[in-house]
Design a protein around this ligand. Structure first.
Ligand SMILES: [Zn+2]
Length: 346
């Protein structure tokens, strides 16, 4: 009996020992599993952090690409308009009628004015009713008060005093983007532009595309010369400019650099949104009137490109009718300043 009691006691002890061993093993195992899970959680947290960082980088790259795409689209749209206008110019030349005109490059003579200077007598006997019915068809009168910005490039020339007289007749203010080379003898008209309430603005010294668009520094050198010429002759310090051929001329890289530097110096540039088509000397007076009166209503704040350089007699002849038409249709003639809404091709 006593022996049986010992056996039972030993069996119980063995069982208890086995249970304790099993329990200890389970605790050890659970502890290892917990550590493994904790390490896995840390790794996942790191992965999540890396993914967020990658996503942030991708978002930034995406935004950058979208901005570049928008800029490219704007540039392409400008180039398409340029090509379209040039096609019109080529058509005009080939037909000899000047039906349409370039909005940019071909409007501008690379040498700062082309064609013979026919002298001041050419416009002195202009009848103001020379073209009374030219805009009767296709142009409907507008009632509301509107603003138009007439601009004249490539002067001054012998035609400039007559342009100024016609503008005075309509109490019209305009903007003159002047060129120095080949126009030195007409510098005496520069002060009149200012004194008669117009904006005197810069265009170029040489107006030679190959020179001025060769590099940013080449453009700025040319610009400083025309700036000095204007200041020396007027005492007036201009703050507006226009690229010869418009801001879509020259390489994008060069022009963008010029814009940045010129704006840093306090200058603002203006392109145009209505072309008179008088860049070609083949364009007739009738074409110029037609181009302006048919298109001026399509622009919110029309900036009209014309030229008062040597040989632009067709423009001078068109001006009375243009002024009459615009005045009759409720337009107020203003000169450009920095408060005017910019017209930019880029
Ligand atoms: Zn020009």
């Amino acid at each position: 009996m006593k022996k049986v009691r010992y056996v039972l006691l030993a069996a119980c002890g063995t069982l208890l020992f086995a249970c304790c061993g099993f329990f200890a093993y389970q605790c050890w195992d659970l502890s290892h599993q917990y550590q493994a899970l904790e390490a896995e959680a840390l790794a996942l947290r790191d992965d999540n952090s890396n993914l967020k960082e990658d996503q942030s980088k991708l978002n930034a790259e995406l935004a950058d690409s979208a901005a570049q795409l928008e800029e490219k689209e704007k540039y392409v749209a400008g180039q398409e308009a340029y090509i379209s206008e040039l096609s019109g110019q080529i058509g005009s030349i080939s037909e000899g009628t000047g039906d349409d005109d370039s909005a940019q490059g071909a409007d501008e003579s690379p040498e700062g004015g082309s064609g013979a200077d026919l002298g001041s007598s050419s416009g002195s006997s202009l009848p103001s009713d020379a073209y009374p019915n030219l805009y009767a068809e296709g142009c409907s009168p507008k009632d509301s008060k509107k603003v138009v910005y007439l601009t004249f490039d490539d002067g001054p020339s012998s035609l400039t005093p007559q342009v100024l007289d016609l503008l005075d007749r309509y109490n019209a203010k305009a903007t003159f983007f002047v060129v120095c080379k080949n126009n030195e003898e007409y510098a005496k008209y520069l002060p009149q532009i200012v004194e008669r309430g117009h904006t005197l603005a810069l265009h170029s010294y040489s107006h030679n595309y190959n020179t001025i668009y060769a590099s940013k520094d080449a453009f700025l050198d040319d610009y400083e010369k025309v700036y000095d010429w204007v200041v020396e002759n007027t005492g007036y310090t201009p703050s507006l400019f226009r690229f010869p051929g418009g801001s879509n001329n020259g390489s994008s890289y060069v022009v963008n650099g010029i814009i940045e530097e010129m704006e840093r110096r306090g200058f603002q540039y203006f392109d145009w949104n209505v072309s008179s088509g008088d860049g070609s000397n083949l364009t007739t007076t009738e074409n110029i009137i037609d181009n302006i009166c048919k298109n001026v209503g399509n622009a919110k704040n029309p900036v009209v490109l014309m030229h008062d350089g040597s040989g632009k007699n067709a423009t001078l002849a068109a001006l009375p009718t243009v002024l009459e038409y615009l005045a009759d249709n409720g337009y107020e003639f203003r000169s450009l300043d920095k408060s005017a809404e910019p017209v930019h091709y880029r």
